[in-house]
Design a protein around this ligand. Structure first.
Ligand code: SF4
Length: 428
């Protein structure tokens, strides 16, 4: 059978695609790059925001039409299949459904004569889909979430906590490095919960330690998102391992979501702004030059002008290196969807206002590097070489063409300019 796969969304979905590819080719089927050439089409969906959902619906309709006209099988996989099976069945009634957790079983759906709905079940532990793209390898170490945020739909798609064992993750990282990865990203829905299901303890710091002790090679490790609710339990151990390990980026992604305690309560985030800032202070005082990324949602239902102003104030004062800013997006199956919504115009206006503050802070934080010489690690080539400081800030290298630069090299760069996204400079 010739099979075409199209994937949307985050690293977890990409890893599920890797699992599907492995199963499909393992059974002698062939992957193709054009849906027109395929006997079966798989769309691996994401549903994190309303605009993503609209895009998915449009694409599923197109592929369904193609599959109906040409007698091809259509499989809707990924988060939408699990969280919104009724929506998918309404727009593509003949399509099969495959939840993220069942990705390794894709061949059963492919080879079945008719429509199959496989959306229940829990992820198999220790089956990790490894892929390396542009020398970067995201490695999922856990799936599932123990929190209950009122705005989030993803937990309906990937609810149950399944941590892969330390041994399995070490093996997956080793494979990625042997396959050429110079940057390994530990990913998951909340790395702070890593191990709670398997070891009855939060074991992220141990996991990092075991990786750096056992996987030799020329790579840097980036630690993914950690909910503050769980971070507080591993904070001391985590800052120690991140500060000590040479090949771990001095970078942490700790989502704040709102600078207002009232909104945090509405969002059911189990921490206060003060507790969050205390953790950030502790991280900063323990890891020199650390950079912290955060997520902020503005325009959540019932967010007042004062709440919004508090969020802006925290963004200014905390001096985050990177802010993933999003306007609130109403999602089905969530409590926030049942709350009094703000008018669209207010939400849009707040996103624009917040964006200006985020840009200003980003510029301020990065400007301190201008005129200095920095040591950085080359991880990307997008027309020009791009390297990362040990705290993960990217530096675009000007005029590096024709030099001996390569992936995985450490270089000194003289920083000439700071932008909102990155630094730019030259080899001395
Ligand atoms: S986990 Fe969230 S971001 Fe990732 S594919 Fe699913 S809905 Fe999209």
């Amino acid at each position: 059978m010739k099979v075409y796969i199209e994937t949307y969304g985050c690293a977890l979905n990409r890893s599920d695609e890797a699992l599907m590819r492995e199963s499909i080719t393992g059974k002698g089927h062939v992957l193709v790059n054009d849906p027109g050439d395929a006997d079966a089409i798989i769309i691996n969906t994401c549903t994190v925001r309303l605009d993503t959902e609209y895009h998915m619906v449009k694409r599923i309709r197109e592929l369904y039409k193609l599959s109906m006209e040409a007698g091809k099988k259509l499989i809707v996989a990924g988060c939408m299949a699990r969280a919104q099976p009724y929506t998918v069945s309404r727009i593509a009634p003949g399509a099969s459904l495959l939840s993220p957790q069942n990705s390794p079983r894709v061949v059963e759906v492919l080879e079945a004569p008719g429509r199959v709905v496989m959306i229940n079940g829990v992820r198999a532990r220790d089956r990790i889909g490894v892929y390396v793209e542009n020398r970067v390898a995201p490695i999922p170490v856990q799936e599932g979430c123990l929190s209950n945020c009122s705005f989030c739909i993803s937990r309906h798609a990937r609810r149950v906590l399944v941590s892969h064992s330390i041994d399995a993750v070490v093996k997956a990282v080793g494979k990625a490095v042997r396959d050429g990865a110079v940057e390994v990203q530990l990913t998951g829905m909340d790395l702070g919960t890593y191990g709670m299901d398997l070891y009855r303890a939060r074991r992220l710091p141990d996991l990092i330690r075991r990786i750096v002790e056992n996987v030799r090679g020329n790579y840097m490790l980036r630690v993914g998102m950690i909910n503050p609710e769980h971070l507080r339990h591993i904070l001391e151990d985590l800052v120690k391992v991140v500060a000590d390990a040479e090949n771990v980026y001095k970078f942490l992604h700790i989502p704040l979501q709102s600078g207002s305690n009232r909104v945090l309560k509405l969002m059911r985030r189990n921490y206060t702004v003060e507790e969050y800032l205390e953790m950030v202070d502790r991280v900063k005082s323990s890891i020199p030059e650390v950079s912290i990324a955060t997520d902020i949602i503005v325009g959540h239902p019932m967010e007042s002008e004062e709440d919004f102003a508090e969020t802006l104030r925290v963004i200014e004062e905390a001096g985050f290196e990177r802010v993933h800013l999003a306007g609130y997006s109403m999602r089905p199956l969530t409590c926030s969807a049942a709350m009094q919504q703000l008018p669209t115009s207010v939400r849009k206006e707040r996103v624009l206002k917040a964006l200006r503050v985020v840009e200003k802070v980003g510029m301020r934080v990065r400007a301190r590097y201008v005129g200095t010489s920095v040591r950085c690690f080359i991880t990307e080539h997008t027309g020009t070489w791009v390297c990362r400081l040990t705290n993960y800030i990217p530096v675009v290298i000007r005029g590096g063409a024709g030099s001996t630069l390569d992936y995985g090299k450490w270089v000194e760069v003289l920083v000439e300019e700071a932008t909102f996204f990155d630094l730019r400079g030259r080899l001395p």
